[in-house]
Structure formats: C-alpha cells, structure tokens
Ligand binder design. Structure first.
Ligand code: SF4
Length: 463
C-alpha cells in the first residue's frame, strides 16, 4: 500500500538503497555517459512560485525509449519567509533521499554528477511521468521541511535547455563552496554529521567540518549548520567537537563518539586529515578516490567521470569498489574535490607533497590551491599512463617524494619489528568463516613474509 493513494508505486524509506541493474531499467537519466546534467535548488520570492506546479521541459518518461540513456536537469524552486539562499544546498541534497524513497527509482551522486534509473516494473505499474515524481517530491518536501511554504519543480530532458542552465548551476555550486573556504576547524566548536548515505553504506557517517567538506561535495559546514538548525532530527546533525586528541591527524573525541554511535559500533576512530590507519569512511557518493601507490609511496587521485584506467591500471569503478560501503580502508579514501582545496588536505600525510598523479581535468579545477612549487611535479594521464612512466616523471621533475625513496633505499630492508613492515592486507572489518564459526577481525592488519596468489581451478572450471 503506497504512502500516497494516488501514486501508482509505493513510496517509503524501505526503498532507499534499492539498486536497479541495467537489464531491469526502463530508462537511465544522467550518469557517466551523459556529459551535462544537474540538480539544483533555488530559493525564490513568494510571488515567483506556483505552489505545487510540476513543469516538464522536453520528452516525458513515457516518451523515452526503453533501455535508453537521457540527459536530465532538475530545478527545485522554493519560497518561504524563513528561507534564504543559505538553505539551497540543504534542500537540494534532500533529493537524494526523497527520490530513493520511490519504489523502482534509483538516485546516485549529486549536483553535476547525478545518475538515476527508473525500473521496468515500476514503469509498468504506472510510474511513467515526471508529473508523478514531482508530486511525490512536493509532498515529501512540504511534509519534512515545514520551512518551505511554496515549491515548484522543473524536470528538463531537452539537452539544449539543460546546456542553458548548466553553467548557471556550476556557478551556484562554486559560490556555495567558496563561502565555506577560509574558516578553520579550530575556530568552531561544532562539526556536523550526515547519514543520508547509510541506505547504501550502513556504517558510513560523513563528518563535515569547515576544512573537510562532505564526501559528495554537496554539503559544506554552513549547509550542515543550516540543516541541523531547521531539522535537528533529520539526517544531518550537530557533532560537538569535544577534546582534541591528535591535532596532526585530526582526531576529536566528539567525532569518535558520534561515529561509534551512528555506525552501530563499527567505526570507533576517525582521523580527518589522513588516508592511513583510521581514514574517514567512504560511502559511495564521493566525487573522487585517493589511492595509495606503494611503488612510489604517493597518492593517486581519480574523479568519478574519468574514463579508462588510472596510472595503476585500475579504473575509477574498481578503485571506488575497493573503498566504498562505509569502510575505512588503509590508503584509500573517497572524498570531495572541495577537500582538495583545503589546507588540511591529507595534512598528516604530507598534503600535496604526497600527491603524485591527478587527472588533468581535476588538476585544472583545483590548480589555484596546489602549492606553486609542486604543481608541475604532479603527473597527469598525459605524461604517465603506468607506474614505470610515473617513476620516470617524478624522478625527472624531482618530486619531493623522490627524496624519500633515496632515504628508504639506503635504510636496511630487514624488518626487526612489526612497525617496520608494511601489512600485505588491511581491513576495518574482516569476516572469516571456519569450522562452522564466523570470526570478525576488527582493524585487521595481516603481515606475511611471502604471498602466493593461485588461480582457483575449481571455480574456473565451473565457469
Ligand atoms: S556523502 Fe555524506 S554528506 Fe553527502 S549525502 Fe552522503 S552522507 Fe550526506
């Protein structure tokens, strides 16, 4: 039974986290193969909003061919005496939760990177128009955010119209992000947490501080503050900073306590400014992944829309799978592009001096925040397509990491204590099944003098 009698599919929290595979989809909207797409919220004067109106610009769901991939822009325009532009980011991010409440509707990512699918079964049940999707959104927004008095929603599938709005949307995102720059973590006594992504990553808790933007890149510290003040029981909440435990790594007692409580005990320690040991958890909506490259002792970074293989031979999707799901994986880190503009960006690991490879597109976006003496020493896909080319480039440019190699090469390699070796495998939780028992190792680090990788012949034969 649907939450709304006049809506042909069910609507409810239980549908959050529902995945729709390619074979089961009626249509895909946005996603990796569509260049320009967006979702944005705008606060408008009361007299500019037609309350409850849903506009469709371009073909509707029922007019789009089954199995096809199409561009989409969503514009949410809201008005209310207590609303101001500072709440636009908060309203916009609610789209992720509300659209996922709809049975057979999958919404991933954010802002310029949205990716949606409508399932065949829900389409056959009657979910065949943006008018219906808009009606659901309107009711959920009005029910859950009473501060919104009037709301109109526009769905755009016409690529020319999307292109017209696109640069305006990008400029709005940038203006929002810029507002949060400059404020320091040490200058506030409250951070904010978000658990919107727990439907896909149950142990994930985003910790949003002035100097560490949310993983999705859609919620700044100011957005967190605004959201917690209008809806304190909602998915975004205040985290008292508590005691500073480790300034260099960014460990605070308030964050540890909240992470433990909100992750049901899975995450007990979060270090904000490092990718090692207890990195911030990675959900699935992150804009980019940082991956440790042991051969050069540096970080590679790759963004969601990067096509093809990175310098270690793996594409974004594989690297993202290695860290997603709310886990803390040593050396891997899902994050926003805005975090790369922070002076706390991997500060405990060497910051930009530890970064060795970044796609050209990302480098261009954050170039004003990369120290001048290192920017030309960081490789891109144009100069390094594999580890050998990367090593040669770093040596040639005298990247600061090269000095570390020299030190390490001259140090005796025989390890005498555990701390001097590198683990061959680390995992925040590692389940093992043996003798009818299930054993879960927490914060596991496995050391071995030799690793043997063998093909499983039985499985290979079965396939
Ligand atoms: S990535 Fe973080 S801030 Fe963004 S929606 Fe998910 S949990 Fe919230």
């Amino acid at each position: 039974m649907s939450m709304f009698k006049d809506i042909p599919v069910e609507v409810g929290v239980i549908y959050e986290g529902e995945r729709i595979r390619r074979n089961d989809m009626q249509i895909e909207l946005g996603g990796p193969s569509v260049d320009k797409k967006f979702e944005i919220a705008k606060v408008k004067p009361m007299d500019q909003i037609e309350d409850g109106r849903v506009f469709i610009v371009g073909p509707d769901i029922k007019d789009l061919k089954e199995g096809g991939v199409y561009p989409l822009g969503i514009l949410i325009e809201a008005a209310g005496v207590q609303l101001d532009a500072g709440l636009e980011g908060v309203i916009e991010r609610r789209l992720h939760g509300y659209l996922n409440y709809i049975e057979g509707f999958m919404h991933l990512n954010q802002r310029y990177d949205i990716w949606m699918r409508i399932g065949k079964k829900s389409f056959q049940k009657g979910l065949n128009s943006f008018e219906i999707v808009g009606k659901v959104l309107y009711r959920l927004f009005k029910n859950e955010l009473s501060i919104i008095e009037k709301l109109q929603i526009t769905f755009i599938t016409d690529q020319t119209k999307i292109n017209e709005y696109y640069s305006e949307a990008l400029a709005s995102y940038e203006a929002r992000d810029a507002k949060a720059r400059g404020l320091k973590d040490s200058e506030v006594d409250t951070f904010y947490g978000c658990v919107l992504c727990q439907s896909f990553a149950p142990s994930h808790v985003c910790v949003i501080t002035p100097q560490r933007y949310s993983n999705c890149g859609a919620i700044s510290w100011f957005d967190g503050k605004a959201s917690a003040s209008i809806d304190p029981k909602g998915p975004i909440f205040a985290i008292p900073r508590g005691e500073m435990i480790n300034e260099e790594k960014g460990e605070f007692s308030g964050i540890n306590e909240t992470a433990k409580k909100r992750s049901m005990g899975e995450v007990t320690k979060v270090w904000l400014y490092t990718a090692f040991d207890h990195p911030h958890t990675s959900c699935g909506c992150f804009e980019a992944v940082t991956f440790y490259i042991p051969e050069v002792d540096g970080f590679g970074i790759v963004q969601r829309n990067f096509k093809g293989a990175t310098v270690n031979g793996l594409p974004f999707s594989t690297l993202a799978d290695s860290t997603a799901g709310g886990r803390q994986i040593d050396g891997f880190h899902g994050m926003s592009l805005e975090y790369m503009r922070s002076s706390k960006f991997f500060a405990a690991d060497g910051g930009w001096n530890r970064v060795v490879w970044v796609p050209k597109e990302v480098k261009e976006k954050v170039k004003d925040f990369i120290p001048k003496d290192i920017i030309d020493k960081i490789a891109t896909e144009e100069v390094a397509k594999n580890i050998d080319e990367l090593k040669a480039f770093l040596k040639d440019k005298n990247h600061p990491i090269v000095a570390k190699w020299v030190t390490e090469e001259t140090t005796p390699t025989t390890a005498t204590t555990e701390d001097e070796t590198m683990p061959v495998m680390t995992a925040s939780t590692l389940p093992i099944s043996a003798g009818g028992f299930r054993i879960i190792l927490t914060d596991a680090k496995i050391y071995a003098s030799k690793v043997v990788i063998k093909k499983d012949e039985t499985k290979a034969e079965k396939r």
